[in-house]
Design a protein around this ligand. Structure first.
Ligand code: PLP
Length: 307
């Protein structure tokens, strides 16, 4: 939508205290968020004009900020207002909405002290993104089991949402070299963790399992665990190993940017006749049906863009 002579239809961003079209949003090359990946963020989606679990995303963002000792110049209510205005300005009914806090730049030139930096806040709403494209979700994604281990949780806490994607990107490159769609990473001890932008689940003998370590506490993962409880499907958070992937009846991935995304192959193991399995398909349908029925929904006030 066009507001104040600016075209926000490709997305709207809030940076340096002002709203700009997302394609024009810039941060300084001297910001430690860029030079050191000294940054945390969260992503919430908007579906059919409503945020999904906005309060839960804000809670997780606040936990990440505290863990990284970052303090943006806006409080929780201010952040909620900014992200809602980004969506309203864009006019997008389905959107990927990011809130980001970087360490910023030191007030004292040349300082190496994080405490000397003014932390910066950035947000944007852009058109919907599927981490795994819809056509691939339809046939079931093909996952490569990466040879690169996920970075140790003692070094980079995976429950704090971060841009330290070196291991995940190497896993993706390896997956694409081998003709797979994406990757799942094990930790250095061989336990299953997560993939580039998603949590993973297996289904075996009717039991749904998701790893107990090395991964973000995904809000979609949590939603799926709630759905399992609601429909009486046994579900557990448990240690999983490569063999559990290779013996799974079904597998699926979960993320804000795509929802429940079925997998048909992992590490060469073909599941459910090379198609999305029945449990994955049922959970995916239920997830979207409940969205349509207003589950954890905060409507966006699009009139907010008018003033
Ligand atoms: N794991 C990683 C590394 C992610 O980046 C994401 C989401 O972007 C997830 C898991 C899934 O988390 P959520 O369901 O909260 O989007």
């Amino acid at each position: 939508m066009t507001t104040g002579g600016q075209d926000f239809s490709g997305g709207a961003a809030f940076v340096g205290g002002a709203y700009v079209p997302a394609s024009e949003a810039r941060i300084s090359v001297l910001d430690w968020g860029f030079t050191r990946s000294d940054v945390t963020y969260d992503v919430v989606h908007v579906r059919d004009g409503g945020f999904f679990r906005l309060a839960d995303h804000l809670d997780r963002f606040e936990r990440s900020l505290a863990a990284m000792r970052l303090a943006p110049p806006h409080d929780r209510a201010g952040i909620a207002t900014i992200v809602a205005r980004c969506v309203a300005l864009s006019g997008l009914r389905d959107a990927y909405v990011a809130m980001i806090c970087t360490r910023g730049r030191p007030r004292v030139f040349g300082s190496r002290r994080p405490a000397d930096c003014d932390n910066a806040f950035v947000a944007y709403a852009i058109p919907w993104i599927d981490v795994i494209p819809p056509a691939v979700q339809e046939r079931g994604a093909h996952l490569h089991i990466a040879s690169i281990p996920r970075v140790g949780a003692a070094s980079v806490d995976p429950t704090v949402k971060n841009y330290q994607w070196g291991d995940l990107t190497r896993g993706l490159l390896e997956a694409h070299d081998q003709g797979a769609d994406t990757a799942v990473l094990l930790d250095a001890e061989g336990f299953v963790t997560e993939g580039p932008g998603f949590n993973v689940f297996t289904v075996r003998d009717g039991v749904v399992s998701t790893p107990d370590r090395g991964s973000l506490e995904g809000i979609t993962r949590w939603s799926v665990l709630e759905l399992c409880e609601e429909i009486g499907l046994p579900a557990r958070i448990a240690p999983l190993r490569r063999e559990d992937l290779l013996q799974a009846d079904e597998m699926f991935c979960t993320t804000t940017a795509g929802g429940v995304m079925p997998v048909s192959r992992v590490g060469g193991h073909i599941m459910a006749n090379d198609r999305p399995g029945p449990v994955s398909t049922r959970l995916k349908s239920l997830y979207w049906e409940k969205h349509a029925a207003g589950w954890h929904r905060t409507p966006v006030n699009y009139a907010d863009a008018d003033h």
